[in-house]
Design a protein around this ligand. Sequence first.
Ligand code: FRU
Length: 475
Amino acid sequence: KVEHTPYRLGYHIMAPAHWINDPNGLIQWNGEYHVFYQHHPYSPKGGPIHWGHVKSKDLVRWEHLPIALAPGEEYDKSGCFSGSAVDNNGTLTLIYTGHISLNEETDEFREVQCIATSEDGIHFTKHPQNPVITEPPAGGSWHFRDPKVWKHSETWYMVLGNQMDGLGNVLLYESADLVNWEYSGILVKSDGKLGYMLECPDFIELNGKHVLLSSPQGIQPEGDLYQNLYQTGYLVGEFDYETKQFTHGEFEELDKGFDFYAVQSFEDEKGRRIVIGWMNMWESQMPEQEHGWAGALTIPRELQLHDDGKLLMKPVVELKSLRENNISVQTMIVSENVRLDEVKGDQLEIIAKFSLANTSAEKFGLKVRCSENGKEHTIVSYDVKEQKVIVDRSQSGRGEGGIRKGKIEMLHHDVITLQLFIDRSSLELFVNEGELVMTNRIYPDPASLGVELFTEGGSVKLIELEAWTLKDIWV
Ligand code: FRU
């Protein structure tokens, strides 16, 4: 049980207290979903990183387990950094980065790769042969971290983030036993556009293609794109296991909100590719630190590759089991702001469908977490001319405010669907079956619970709106 403070989330993964960053070691093991996470158990501001641990039978209700990994050996004494999990003939095996700080002031450090195993899925033993990869390949810097491992026809493969000549690369390794690793070369070489470090790479097969998810740092902003210094995205292409060549297209953002980073994926027993991200990034302000905690993970999302080569993210269907108190708002023409008195709350799911045919409005959408006097709110809108969805949190309450925009290709539909997951200090927005996703932390007053339809410059047809309050899994 955790203490209930104003921003404490109701249905997201958080640590029992204190600091959390990247999701790690995502796996369905012996039927149960396990999520580990970067965690500092002694302060809400970070520190020597441990691996926290939760598990679930349904991807919705999570149970806290004891800390899985703590720094302590010579090779991980300053932190057990991000990594992944695999099932090795029934043994749950974690592959992680040992971080060794040499000089805090000059930020001089070493990073090595390590493994730890468990038979019960709760208690982990670090391997006697750690570190299993002791240094970066020739030319690589000590920014050498975040192993993601998978199996392909009896061989284990690993992708790792590395910095070479000041740019971020992704390296590929192979092993027969998870202990002895051989370097196979650079999988993705930065062309300079991908920033100075590619963190948390994840290489997956989806719909006949290969996709590299990764979290580059330092991509230059370009119009509405790459607004975050820490920006998760992906490359889609073809991979040849013989030549180990990955040919791919351009880097695409995976989520266009303020707070989404270090995403990791896994395939579950139903064959779904599921992703969870850190619902913050390193620049995020975290007012919850005042209450002794910081950070959370996103709701689980199913990842799909659309025929046009773009990734879609959709909330996993299991989340429907959180729904209570269904409210439906029937078709109406919205020509002025409409406060929806029946729809109210700080844990809500809302699905609103608007028609784009015969719309005279320039902008329309929803205001959520509205205060009684209307001054505080978070706006989700669609700009008809620009064909952009906008999240505006400049009047959301505390935190740093700001606006994010995402273009949507409306060619195939004349309906726009906005699906919102609201929690006490977050808003995750899914547009049109996951073609655009925006994840955001917001810090409104706990009493700001209202929901409003709004329009500017004309009218728009609301086809339907459904809403539910969502259960709190932590009480
Ligand atoms: C990404 C990251 C990883 C690293 C971890 C440390 O957010 O910087 O590269 O392993 O966090 O907590």
